[in-house]
Design a binder for this molecule. Structure first.
Ligand code: ATP
Ligand code: MG
Length: 366
């Protein structure tokens, strides 16, 4: 079977979930419950297994049940050729990740064990939020399939910190700055290449997905908006020279602003629906659909990369879509992707969807 599936999940003293042991036999799991019962917490625990961190907090301590010393999340994951047992233990001291009984000291090496795509209400920020949100999206998605990219990005980020510190010196050393300029060019280029490659496929799938859900003639276009015009004006073989020149040209400006002004850390994505910036001018439904399309495009991109679909986590998304968009969405994922969905009720779901789903009632963390 050419599929990825979480067979079973154990969650212990994680947020408001005391202890849960779930076996998943269906493709579609619906977690139904009133507000504040633990639905998002459960999805978050699966996301934690996938990415090694929460999508809601940076502090792993927030995830441990109040007053408890540890939280544990574990799962058995069935893949086309292997079965993996993964386990994350959170404590005051830190986070311990195990795969098949072996500790995983490097997150970049662990990530990819459980490929996953999450869509939650906060993802509207992908469309409405600052460029930082969109860069983070790009970086997380590429990172999921490329440990090398995570490494390159870390190196780049350290360089930017170092360079910005230097630019803040009262009299920055010319010679050190020149060395860092060279590194800036060298570190930026592979990141740009990887991002543009990713975007080439992302834009195709996002467009197709948008159209499928919206069922309208309007389309979603995604463009990379770099902080330098060199990328669009020159072939990649010329980037190195052109960038070095540009960095020299903006030297005085950078010294005045005391920060690094060009590089992947200043870039953005532009999202257009029906030819206009959807974040600034789109309707709420268009914005939501655009954010969802970007996330669902990832399903396809990850499949292209690894040969099978990742799991899909949909938090609170169904209630936000109209009937037509909701049924298009469910049709798209049917039978192909193991999906975990939260909702406050089954209302608005068609009988066919309900009949093929495994339905879990979530109340007070149980
Ligand atoms: P909604 O429908 O409103 O989104 P939900 O079922 O998704 O609700 P969750 O976000 O999962 O709700 O949160 C459930 C409860 O978990 C919250 O009321 C919160 O107080 C509680 N909670 C969060 N963190 C912890 C923690 N570390 N320890 C114990 N309880 C926690
Ligand atoms: Mg919730």
């Amino acid at each position: 079977m050419n599929r990825l599936r979480i067979q079973s999940l154990q969650v212990k003293e994680y947020r408001n979930i005391q202890s849960a042991q779930l076996d998943f036999s269906s493709d579609l799991q619906l977690f139904i419950g009133l507000n504040a019962q633990g639905k998002t917490n459960l999805l978050e625990s699966i996301f934690l297994l996938a990415l090694g961190k929460s999508h809601r907090t940076r502090s792993h301590r927030d995830l441990i049940q109040f007053g408890k010393p540890f939280a544990v999340v574990a799962a058995t994951i069935q893949k086309p050729h292997t079965t993996d047992h993964v386990r994350i233990v959170l404590s005051e001291k830190g986070k311990r990740i195990e795969k098949n009984g072996v500790e995983q000291p490097r997150l970049s090496q662990y990530v990819g064990t459980l490929p996953a795509v999450l869509f939650s209400p906060e993802d509207l920020e992908l469309v409405k939020g600052s460029p930082r949100v969109r860069r983070r999206f790009l970086d997380m998605e590429i990172g999921q399939v490329s440990p090398t990219y995570i490494y390159q990005l870390n190196q780049y980020q350290q360089l930017i910190q170092q360079r910005n510190r230097l630019l803040k010196d009262p009299v920055p050393s010319e010679s050190i700055l020149e060395v860092l300029d060279q590194q800036l060019v060298q570190f930026s280029i592979p990141i740009w290449k990887r991002r543009l490659l990713f975007l080439n496929s992302l834009k195709v799938w996002a467009k197709e997905t948008y159209q499928m859900i919206a069922d309208e003639k309007e389309t979603l276009e995604v463009y990379y908006q770099p902080s330098t015009t060199q990328l669009s004006q020159h072939e990649s073989a010329e980037w190195e020279d052109m960038l070095s020149q540009e960095i020299r040209q903006i030297r005085t400006k950078e010294l005045r602003r005391r920060t690094t002004l060009i590089g992947p850390h200043r870039d953005d994505l532009r999202l257009e629906v029906a030819g206009v910036d959807v974040g600034a001018f789109g309707s709420q439904g268009q914005q939501r659909t655009a954010a969802l399309a970007l996330k669902l495009a990832e399903l396809e991109l990850i499949r292209e990369e690894i040969g099978y679909y990742p799991i899909l986590l949909l938090d609170d998304v169904l209630s936000e879509l109209d009937d037509s968009r909701r049924s298009h969405l469910l049709k798209k994922i049917q039978g192909r992707v193991q999906t975990f969905v939260t909702a406050t009720s089954l209302e608005g779901l068609d009988a066919q969807t309900v009949s093929r789903a495994a339905i879990y009632q979530v109340a007070q963390g149980k």
